[in-house]
Design a protein around this ligand. Structure first.
Ligand SMILES: Cc1cc2nc3c(=O)[nH]c(=O)nc-3n(C[C@H](O)[C@H](O)[C@H](O)COP(=O)(O)O)c2cc1C
Length: 174
C-alpha cells in the first residue's frame, strides 16, 4: 500500500477475527514504533505486548471503552517515561497502527481510565505513564465491514471535518 493511501484509509476498527498476527508482522509493527522520532531522540517509550486471551480480557477492564481489547489478537500497552512525552507517544502509536494497516491488520486505541490498576497489572515501574493501549487484529467482516468496503467509505471522506474548516493560511481563521 502506498503511504498516503495507508494514512487516508486507516480507520479505528474494533471487531477482530480469531486469526493470530504472525510473529514477523507483529515484529514489524513494533519496529515501526521503535523507529519513531521523539523529542531530543529520547525514545521515552516501552511497549508491553499482550497476547494471552485471559490477560487481554483483564486489560479490557481497565478502560471504559476498551472492550475491543478483549477480542484483539494482540494488544500493545504504550508506556512512556513521563506524561510530558505524550506527543512522542502519539507519534509511535500512529506509526504502529499505520504499519499494521499496511499488513491489513486493523487497530484501535483504548484509553486506560484506570491507568494505575492497568500499570499494576502489567508491572509497569512507578513513575512511568500508560497513556494508551492499542488493539491489533484482522478485521471481522461483521463489524464495520470488510477492509475494502471500509476503505471505500473513507475515500468518500466520511467522518471528518472538511479541510477548509480546519486550515487557515497566514493567520488563524482567515
Ligand atoms: C487518544 C485517543 C484515545 C482513544 N480512546 C479510545 C477508547 O478508549 N475506546 C475506543 O473505542 N476508541 C478510542 N479511540 C478511538 C477514537 O474513537 C477514534 O480515533 C475516532 O472515533 C475516529 O475513528 P475513525 O478513524 O475510525 O473514524 C481513541 C482515540 C484516541 C486518539
Amino acid at each position: 500500500m502506498d503511504a498516503y493511501k495507508c494514512i487516508i484509509t486507516k480507520r479505528d476498527l474494533r471487531t477482530f477475527t480469531d486469526k493470530p498476527i504472525p510473529d514477523e508482522v507483529l515484529r514489524k509493527i513494533l519496529n515501526a514504533g521503535r523507529m519513531s522520532g521523539s523529542s531530543r531522540n529520547r525514545q521515552p517509550w516501552h511497549f508491553v505486548v499482550v497476547r494471552d486471551r485471559d490477560r487481554l480480557r483483564s486489560l479490557a477492564g481497565f478502560g471504559r471503552f476498551a472492550q475491543h481489547v478483549a477480542t484483539a489478537a494482540a494488544a500493545v500497552a504504550v508506556v512512556i517515561d513521563d506524561p510530558g512525552s505524550a506527543f512522542d507517544a502519539g507519534r509511535c502509536t500512529q506509526n504502529m497502527m499505520l504499519a499494521a494497516w499496511n499488513f491489513n491488520v486493523a487497530s484501535c486505541p483504548a484509553t486506560p481510565h484506570n491507568a494505575d490498576e492497568a500499570k499494576r497489572f502489567l508491572a509497569v515501574p512507578p513513575g512511568k505513564a500508560l497513556p494508551i493501549i492499542l488493539s491489533f487484529g484482522y478485521p471481522r467482516a461483521s463489524g464495520r465491514g470488510p477492509i475494502e468496503r471500509t476503505a471505500l467509505r473513507i475515500l468518500a471522506g466520511r467522518g471528518r471535518q472538511p479541510l477548509r474548516s480546519l486550515v487557515s493560511w497566514d493567520n488563524y481563521g482567515r
